[in-house]
Write a protein that binds this ligand. Sequence first.
Ligand code: NAD
Ligand code: MG
Length: 382
Amino acid sequence: MKHISILGSTGSIGVQALDVAEKHNYRVTALTANTDYKKLEEQIRKFKPALAALADEDSAKELKIRVSDTDTKILAGTQGVCECAAATDAEICLNAIVGMAGLRPTLSALNAKKTLALANKESLVAGGNLVKDTAKKNNVPILPVDSEHSAIFQSLLASPSNKGLRKIILTASGGPFFGKSRSELEKVTIQDALKHPNWSMGAKITVDSATMFNKGLELIEACHLFDVTPDKVDIIVHRESILHSAVEFVDGAVIAQLGVPDMRIPIQFALTYPERFESPSESIDFAKLAAMTFYKPDEDTFDCLSICRTAYNMGGLYPTAVNAANEEANRLFREGKIKFLEIGELIRTAFALDCSTKAYTLEEIENTEYAAREKVRVTAGI
Ligand code: NAD
Ligand code: MG
């Protein structure tokens, strides 16, 4: 029986991960969330973890009272979440927190020598080499949960020597605004942005999919996870979200992973790797599918993609800065304070910060985050 801890357990990925854990009888040793004490209480009663934490201190106090009849110890704040990532006998920590709030917990899990099943791409993008070096130093793997990166990871298993990779083919659904012009995007609303064609996800990543900043994050994520440069990653829009990504080897062979768009497949593979277990997800009916379509992304309209590529190529803390600027702009859009096209404009303000450093510490990363968020708010006049 595997023991796992799940950070961000009340969210879209977290709930699906608990589904997988229940099906395979995994022991859940820790659960965390931000404020949702009601949902976390239900999860604690069902899964009986040794530890649980809420990042929000007041919500943690409420939770503590509610579950005082259970054996679960309740912790509070980011420190409490980090303890949940590290302080149980779990072999695997699944980080499904949204945003770079997941960075400290990611480092905490790695420093405690837990295998990290990573959904929280922002922590890898913002933490960059610090996260990679921490994994290396502790000799623990980072297993991707993001569907595209899971597909790349699975496709790379076709080359046991780990050699001969020509390029990565990273697929994108194109989101709800595929095919729209900039003038059409002037008028889109938050409700339009939240209507993703294929996936049901948390609000932040759904808006990131609409701007295609999500694909920019995934480009950087792929560069870190698979040790490639952006010029080795072709991004291709695939509207059906059936082919989850692929790799091309030097002999011209292309290996891809396909499946219905169901996050329980990549979540489960990260938890069961290197084994494969039964999953409740459906099979693809190829005859019904009829066609799979592929298009070049429109990077002039969806400029967030090239913002991420530029930031990665500039190096240093530029990826941290654009990620933080996006988190802020994405939030302002969801709160109805800015228009859709202002998101990209505000993210670009991060390039005015001096982020050109070769090595960096957690403190420098968090200072950059703070400066980038501040710059976005000041520029937006909020
Ligand atoms: P979500 O908003 O549904 O859930 C986020 C979780 O993080 C919640 O449990 C919330 O309580 C917790 N959280 C939020 N702020 C926090 C904070 N400051 N400190 C501690 N915990 C906090 O998000 P999601 O859609 O499940 O996405 C989670 C992560 O997985 C994101 O990084 C996203 O990019 C990635 N991801 C999601 C999907 C998907 O299908 N939802 C697919 C691929 C990758
Ligand atoms: Mg993805």
